[in-house]
Design a protein around this ligand. Structure first.
Ligand SMILES: Cc1cc2nc3c(=O)[nH]c(=O)nc-3n(C[C@H](O)[C@H](O)[C@H](O)COP(=O)(O)OP(=O)(O)OC[C@H]3O[C@@H](n4cnc5c(N)ncnc54)[C@H](O)[C@@H]3O)c2cc1C
Ligand code: SF4
Ligand code: SF4
Length: 1023
């Protein structure tokens, strides 16, 4: 792609076109790990650009322009397929459908939904549920794949027993054709689009049939042999049982599941181990209303066929975890896939033959389709062989997928799909007639062959390899069978300084994409590099020597908000957020790379005054109510100590005041440490400044010991999480005696409400409709979901509504890291959260995290969102008759200062600052260089000749110059940033330390920005 072509895309798509090298690598693959011997046959797959159209007009214009410029276009949904369809084998442009993700209409009468192609199943189904409907069927990649992707790829899934293949459930599809026209396909014409993987047109939206949402009954059945399973399913079909879905796993899969790691939180398993029997386990779903006839018949069938109904626990567990099939990948850490469709009548034989011929543990999942392509029942078998893609032997194990394919074909079966690898099998997969129609259509509308070249039909080197591989399969098979397969996690050694467990996880990640859509860093920016999936892939690139750390990549890991949503969504139960946390320590604390610059200012303020807002320690306790001092203030002995944290102490005083009022009214005996209290350390933990974190933690533990309390009561969720989860773990690590319990005030008050010890009196507050924002650290972090709700519900005149994403699924507000790194992205993320509140008609969003409240208030103001952010204790305190200071003025003014510091502490900010003080900087140059530079400025062209020396000179000179220019620098900073007095007073002490820490990292980016302005100054151009 040439410069002009890039410029065109930049002009048309702005920041929705991406040319960044690493980003393009992240859009160059799908879920398959290609063996090293096959990769060269595919060739280069890194696109020249990734583009995200957001409407039909943009897509049509892109298609017309690409055709005129002969540029290949490869459509991409969520890249959760594994047939190479999304690989841009002719480079060109990857067209990412991420922004075409709206549900356009739901027709309850006709029972159809129309949605854009890029919407994921989970989102469509959630919208349908509000109307009492649900989708007819879905793939098991439901949390992370798109509806357009499934129509283009073709497939069957949950619900296929009743509803068949997805294509049969599609009413129509609106498609942009390669000639730039837009056409609606329906009826038999859908054959030209379905399973065609975007080779004939880009699906922009589609209408599909849906069904009324009814309660499901889930039954698990076990049987020892595949033959018996076949018999059971055949009998079920014969008996015409009204099932919706029938899926099963083989005994090896059951065994692997039993061995798979459980989901963890804070390093401990947080789910129950449900052991599966070493047999075939089928999970059956049907409508509850059909339960009586189904169960009667089923029992009879099972009696005949050596089957048994397994426990409810197993059924429940299998259904709950139906999307999490990739957990077995943790034992590989790779899986060689083999996916085939076979007639139900050959299921037993196929399974037996695979067992006989493949001397590897083939784990299998099956999906039964009652009426298959020829009207008879068929079964989709997805087989996996555990392997290690880092080893050469992976090539041999991979070849066994051809053996499985051959066995399927011998049993009247076929490949599941075509894509890049099975074009030679297109006639078997799609039927000869359909292939002929597709070819004719493609030739007519895409003469230049720019739509997803190399897929579905046609011929490439890959096809020759497949044909040869097929022919020599009996000779290759022994090599695959000979490989010794190890099963189990082997987190043995770190690689390239990446901790051993993180290395293992990087390869265990299946790239399924469940974590992508809901990661706030992804939806805030829209690019793979920001998602957990992208980060794992980057780590693999790094581990294999194809990527290097740079500041942008360090920032990508640092900016994760630690919301922990990804941990819950991960199909492989990977501890994602804890892995990024480990990397923070490695990158910043150990390797001394640059953290986000504002953290340097916070760190210095914290070192000198114990808080991150640069307030004085002597003012820390100013908020504490006078009338409560004797009863709860410093010096009072009590079993519990209230810990206010920095933001409530210095910015949002209402939170702390209201929390202690509430505790007092509820009759809780507590004390408050006052001035000795320090920041809880969360900012330093996430900044990677772990030595400082440990230091603060020690001090805080000592403060509690001094008060004599054994329990900390927190109001701030981050403080709560530190005291509850992080301090105990670190104390263990550092051998510190830690015997402190943690309670959130909402837990204590909720208990008192429940026991009747505390009742809110009637009040005369205006009735108000509120919703609740589950802050990540109190929710997913500490598991406190219900107590705040119980408290809200107990307040008279308050009507409570839930937002769409709540409790475990609650969305992050976008603070603190995004707010510090990218305030504008933070506002977008905040808006996503607040829009949910507006949608449910809430007048107030209640929260209890000071940082969430700052972030949501700033976002609401920036985005003009008509909703008020109110602290929970503040509202509860109002209901008790107390008034509190309005936090909004302080929040906006203190945030204004912070925001200005964030802008200052960038290369651009520093360059601007330096440009305002050239006379002083030149005078401050050591070794008499100042006068020399001034003299050279008078010789035409002399300074330009020196330009290449500046990147070497500046880093050496600047440390010597900074102390001399500090007074004027402080003046300039004070003029740029209208700081409160206490902050300005501390600047002479804070600023030099901040500059000392930052400049060595930043100078490389600052020099190119200041070189020309300095030359201009010296030559008199800009004086
Ligand atoms: C954990 C897991 C479980 C899975 N379970 C199932 C299952 O039960 N059943 C099943 O069939 N598959 C399953 N898959 C495979 C995969 O998820 C499906 O094929 C899915 O439909 C792909 O959707 P996608 O959005 O990821 O599409 P992508 O993978 O992005 O694309 C698939 C193909 O469609 C093309 N394409 C994408 N969007 C468009 C568009 N708008 N217009 C034209 N062409 C387009 C792409 O170029 C590509 O060729 C599973 C995968 C995983 C990781
Ligand atoms: S913790 Fe939250 S922000 Fe961080 S990667 Fe996971 S989902 Fe994204
Ligand atoms: S991190 Fe988990 S959810 Fe995300 S792509 Fe990897 S396996 Fe899937």
């Amino acid at each position: 792609m040439d410069k002009n072509q890039k410029a065109y895309l930049e002009e048309k798509f702005g920041n929705r076109a991406n040319f960044n090298e690493m980003e393009r690598v992240l859009y160059s693959h799908d879920i398959a790990a290609i063996p090293s011997l096959i990769a060269p046959l595919i060739g280069k797959t890194v696109p020249d650009a990734v583009v995200q159209p957001q409407n039909e007009e943009e897509l049509v214009n892109l298609v017309n322009w690409a055709r005129q410029n002969n540029i290949a276009l490869t459509p991409r949904g969520k890249a959760s397929s594994g047939y190479g369809g999304v690989l841009p084998v002719k480079q060109g442009i990857v067209v990412d459908f991420f922004r075409l993700n709206q549900i356009l209409s739901i027709d309850k009468q006709a029972q159809t939904v129309t949605c854009q192609a890029g919407v994921v199943w989970e989102k469509v189904d959630a919208a349908l549920a509000k109307e009492g409907l649900t989708v007819n069927l879905y793939p098991s990649s439901y949390p992370g794949s798109t509806v357009g992707g499934w129509l283009a790829q073709g497939g069957a899934g949950f619900g296929s027993y009743q509803y068949g293949w997805f294509r049969e459930n599609v009413v129509s599809a609106r498609v942009v054709l390669p000639d730039g026209s837009v056409r609606i396909f329906n009826g038999a014409d859908l054959d030209l689009i379905a399973d065609a993987e975007g080779t004939t047109g880009f699906i922009i939206d589609l209408t599909m049939k849906v069904q009324p949402k009814e309660k499901l009954e889930i039954i698990a059945i076990g049987c020892p042999e595949a033959e018996a399973l076949q018999q059971i399913v055949e009998d079920i079909v014969k008996a015409d049982l009204p099932l919706w879905s029938l899926v099963f796993i083989n005994p090896r899969m059951a065994e692997m599941k039993n061995r798979s790691p459980l989901m963890e939180h804070n390093g401990h398993p947080v789910e129950e181990r449900v052991l599966l029997p070493a047999s075939y386990v089928a999970t059956i779903a049907f409508h509850k209303k059909d339960a009586t006839p189904v169960m009667a018949k089923l029992q009879e069938i099972l009696r005949r066929c050596q089957g048994e109904i397994l426990s409810e626990r197993i059924a429940e567990h299998e259904w709950k975890n139906r999307f999490k099939i990739m957990v077995v990948k943790r034992l590989g850490p790779s899986l060689v896939p083999a996916e085939v469709v076979i007639p139900l009548s050959r299921l037993g034989r196929f399974m037996a033959e695979v067992e006989n011929k493949i001397n590897q543990p083939v784990v299998k999942e099956g999906t039964v389709i009652r009426k298959g392509k020829d009207g008879k029942p068929e079964v989709v078998i997805l087989g996996f062989i555990p392997a290690d893609q880092r080893k050469f032997s992976y090539n041999f194990v991979f070849s066994l997928s051809l053996s499985i394919m051959k066995i399927a074909e011998r049993n009247g079966g076929r490949a599941y799909s075509t894509g890049l690898y099975f074009k030679s099998k297109a006639e078997k997969v799609l039927g000869a007639d359909r292939v002929a129609r597709l070819k004719a259509f493609k030739n007519k509308i895409d003469e230049k062959g720019i739509f997803n070249p190399g897929k579905v039909i046609g011929y490439s080197l890959m096809d020759s390899a497949m044909i040869i591989g097929n022919a020599f399969e009996p000779l290759i098979r022994p090599f695959g069978n000979y490989v010794i397969t190890h099963i189990g996690e082997r987190k043995n050694y770190p690689v390239s300084d990446i901790p051993a467990d993180v290395v293992w996880y990087a390869y265990s990640c299946s790239q399924c994409g469940y974590c992508v859509e809901e990661c706030d860093q992804f939806y805030g920016r829209g690019w793979e590099s920001q998602s957990p999936r992208g980060k794992w892939y980057w780590l693999r690139e790094y581990l294999e020597g194809r990527a290097k750390w740079n500041q942008a990549q360090v920032d990508t890991f640092l900016v994760c908000t630690t919301c922990e949503l990804c941990n819950l969504r991960c199909s492989a139960a990977l501890p994602i957020e804890p892995s990024w946390m480990k990397l923070r320590g490695k990158l910043i604390n150990k390797e001394k790379r640059m953290t986000f610059p504002p953290f340097e200012m916070m760190a210095e303020a914290l070192r000198s005054e114990g808080n991150i807002w640069a307030g004085y320690r002597k003012n820390r306790a100013d908020w504490f109510p006078q009338d409560l001092k004797a009863k709860h203030g410093p010096g009072h002995k009590a079993p519990a100590m209230y810990f206010a944290g920095c933001t409530a102490s210095y910015v949002e005083h209402d939170i702390a005041i209201a929390a202690v009022r509430l505790l007092d009214k509820a009759g809780v005996d507590f004390t408050y440490a006052g001035e000795p209290e320090n920041c809880c350390g969360t900012p330093m933990l996430v900044a990677g400044k772990w030595d400082l974190f440990a230091d603060i933690m020690r001090k805080n533990i000592e403060v509690v010991k001094q008060t004599g309390a054994n329990t900390v009561i927190a109001s701030c969720p981050a403080c709560d999480m530190m005291w509850r989860n992080v301090y105990p773990e670190w104390a263990r690590k550092l051998d510190i005696d830690y015997n402190i319990k943690t309670r959130h005030y909402s837990e204590i008050i909720a208990e008192k409400i429940k026991s009747g010890e505390f009742v809110f009196p009637a009040n005369n507050m205006q009735p108000v409709k509120v919703t609740w924002h589950d802050s990540c650290h109190i929710g997913r972090g500490s598991g406190v979901y219900e107590p705040p709700r119980d408290l809200i519900k107990a307040i008279p005149n308050v009507q409570f509504v839930e937002m769409e994403h709540n409790r475990e699924e609650g969305r992050c507000c976008g603070s603190v890291l995004t707010l510090i790194k990218d305030p504008s992205i933070a506002a977008d993320i905040g808006k996503t959260r607040l829009d949910e509140a507006v949608e449910v008609g809430a007048q107030k969003v209640l929260a209890l995290c000071p940082c969430c409240q700052v972030q949501l208030r700033v976002a609401a103001k920036k985005k003009n969102i008509p909703v008020e952010i109110v602290d929970l204790a503040h509202l509860a305190g109002n209901a008790l008759g107390y008034d509190f200071p309005d936090p909004n003025p302080d929040v906006h003014s203190q945030w204004g200062v912070f925001d200005a510091f964030i802008s200052l502490m960038t290369p651009q900010g520093f360059a601007k600052l330096m440009s305002s003080m050239w006379p002083q900087l030149i005078d401050a140059m050591p070794f008499g260089m100042g006068p020399m530079m001034r003299a050279m400025g008078k010789i035409p062209g002399a300074l330009n000749l020196m330009k290449p020396m500046f990147p070497v000179l500046f880093p050496k000179l600047l440390p010597m110059m900074l102390p001399k220019v500090m007074p004027v620098m402080l003046e300039r900073v004070a003029a740029l940033i209208p700081m409160p007095d206490y902050m300005r007073e501390q600047m002479p002490e804070l600023m030099p330390k901040v500059m000392d820490n930052l400049m060595p990292h930043m100078i490389g980016d600052v020099v190119p920005l200041v070189t020309q302005p300095m030359i201009d100054y010296l030559t008199g151009k800009n004086r």
